[in-house]
Design a protein around this ligand. Structure first.
Ligand SMILES: Nc1ncnc2c1ncn2[C@@H]1O[C@H](COP(=O)(O)OP(=O)(O)O)[C@@H](O)[C@H]1O
Ligand SMILES: [Mg+2]
Length: 245
């Protein structure tokens, strides 16, 4: 099986400020990669390069022909006045208008199906700005899934999501991973370690670990004094005192 997507020796950043350097990454079908790293380490920047929203200073992004990517962006601030309905947000994840025209009926069913899945069916015609942060994040997850992607990219999907839905979300991702590759960015190392297959640490560069075990080596490249103590099936996380500047 050939790679879905490959980054080759990428350096990237903004204006003349380099954020990422010498980044290599290969994403294969059925991969489930957890991307961790300190705040400001370049995780979101890496995703933007992957999605070709940010042209790299150097290096190459190689994609399999016809690759469909679903993207749930990191939600920082929410514009409550954005005049668009929940249904419209989800449909905006469609690849092109022609596809939407041809598959209108099918797509409409899919919107219902996805909304039911995230427990928001009654909000279909609500304005997106009327929803809570967690609900909005679920709508954006539907948006990422509407095109039936080969690769699903999630940037901090659990920022606003409440604890009950968070468990659902992780079950859901496990199911989705049977059909698609997933890249999941999270600063919550302990939680994602139990569900992903491999881990990439992003902190200026990218360190790839071909397993989901949080070893000392992983923690060293994470560059934070974190200790993980495993207790049965529940990972416990202990943070020593430390500062990010
Ligand atoms: N649009 C931008 N213009 C300039 N600098 C940016 C921009 N977006 C992010 N940065 C900077 O790039 C660095 C990496 O940010 P980011 O990729 O968002 O990190 P992370 O997602 O790991 O928290 C930070 O120092 C941030 O301030
Ligand atoms: Mg980020």
């Amino acid at each position: 099986m050939s790679a879905l997507l490959e980054l080759k020796n990428i350096s990237a950043g903004y204006d003349d400020k380099t954020i990422l350097q010498g980044v290599n990454l290969q994403v294969n079908p059925k991969d489930f990669v957890g991307i961790i790293g300190p705040n400001g380490g370049g995780k979101t920047t890496l995703l933007k390069v992957l999605l070709e929203l940010l042209p790299p200073f150097d290096g190459k992004v190689i994609k399999q022909t016809g690759l469909r990517i679903g993207y749930l962006p990191q939600i920082n601030s929410i514009d409550k006045k954005f005049p668009i309905s929940v249904k419209e947000v989800i449909l905006s994840g469609q690849l092109s208008k022609s596809l939407w025209n041809k598959k209108h009926e099918k797509t409409s069913n899919k919107v219902d199906e996805l909304l039911k899945f995230v427990g928001l069916e009654k909000y279909k015609h609500s304005a997106i700005g009327d929803l809570s942060g967690g609900q909005m994040q679920r709508v954006f997850l539907c948006r990422a899934l509407i095109s039936n992607p080969h690769l699903l990219i999630l940037d901090e999907p659990n920022t606003y999501v409440d604890k009950t839905f968070e468990a659902n979300l992780y079950n859901l991702l496990g199911d989705l991973n049977k059909d698609m590759a997933i890249l999941l960015v999270s600063h919550d190392v302990g939680t994602i370690a139990s569900m992903v297959k491999t881990i990439a640490c992003v902190n200026g560069g990218l360190h790839y670990h071909a397993s989901n075990k949080i070893t000392n080596e992983v923690l060293k490249s994470y560059n934070c004094p974190i200790e993980i103590i495993s207790h049965g099936t529940i990972p416990h996380r202990v943070l020593k005192d430390h500062k990010h500047e």
